[in-house]
Ligand binder design. Structure first.
Ligand code: DGL
Length: 267
């Protein structure tokens, strides 16, 4: 029997995780939930992020998924304990996957304001190896601009230069894309960063860990995949989301509008 995994994010950021998984497991079956009614998560306070995580996890649990991929670093930073406690199935964390990918000493992390403030990347990376020095950079403008499709704008380039400059001053050797939306900016970030600075996408490490659920990957660098076995659900504006999927994933899927408001009490 084919297992269906749950993957959630506030919006299109989870696409970057989905792409990594489908490249390795083109036949896997996914339930992708985008909480588009509440994107962005990254400028919300901790209590709200934890309440949302509870609601999302209860909804996913009701869909009988076999395991959950946390496609959102902000939730991962501030509410992983809730997702793990409430999911009723195994949960795979992005941040611990990223920490395992670090090879250099001076590490920069680009993240949402909530993730940067939480210090979750810093603690996880320093825990894995105490000689690491981590510099976290909050990037509040990125997610709204990506969700609005303003990828090629002069304004995006301007803010990217602003966010990278403290990391360059800190002489980082690796830069972690600590928000799943950011790999969508990788061509721009690659252009702005010196070649010797490695860019790390945590979704690569996460997808490499899935053999225990999905068996051996078909082909790690497969570029072709289909969305036929992915069910997309959103909390607002399904047509806009389908258009974004077409932009980023090359297919315009059917997208269901769902309500997450079901039995979920604060903890
Ligand atoms: N893509 C998510 C993350 O990795 C959420 C970004 C947001 O909604 O602010 O943090």
């Amino acid at each position: 029997m084919r297992l269906t995994f749950g993957l959630f994010d506030s919006g299109v950021g989870g696409f970057t995780v989905l792409m990594q998984v489908l490249r390795r497991y083109p036949l896997s079956s996914c339930l992708y939930l985008a909480d588009t009614a509440r994107v962005p998560y990254g400028d919300k306070g901790i209590n709200e992020i934890r309440e949302i995580a509870l609601e999302v996890t209860h909804w996913l649990r009701g869909q009988n998924v076999s395991f959950v991929l946390v496609g959102c670093n902000t939730t991962n930073s501030l509410a992983l304990d809730i997702v793990q406690r409430e999911a009723g199935v195994p949960v795979v964390s992005l941040i611990s996957s990223a920490a395992e990918m670090i090879t250099k000493r001076r590490v920069g992390v680009l993240a949402t304001p909530a993730t940067a403030l939480s210090g979750a990347y810093k603690s996880e990376i320093e825990l894995s190896s105490s000689d690491k020095i981590v510099f976290e950079q909050s990037c509040p403008a990125f997610v709204p601009m990506i969700e609005d499709g303003k990828i090629d704008s002069v304004e995006l380039r301007r803010v990217a230069i602003k966010y990278l400059s403290p990391l360059l001053e800190a002489r980082v050797e690796e830069v972690v894309l600590g928000c799943t939306h950011y790999p969508l900016l990788e061509p721009l970030l690659r252009e702005l960063l010196p070649q010797e600075i490695r860019i790390i996408d945590p979704a690569v490490g996460l997808a490499d860990k899935l053999d225990k659920f999905l068996g051996p990957p078909v082909w790690r660098f497969n570029r072709r995949y289909s969305l036929a076995s992915t069910r997309f659900c959103v909390t607002k504006d399904p047509l806009n989301f389908a258009a974004r999927a077409n932009d980023w994933l090359g297919e315009c899927p059917e997208v269901e509008l769902v309500s997450l408001q079901q039995r979920s009490c604060f903890f």
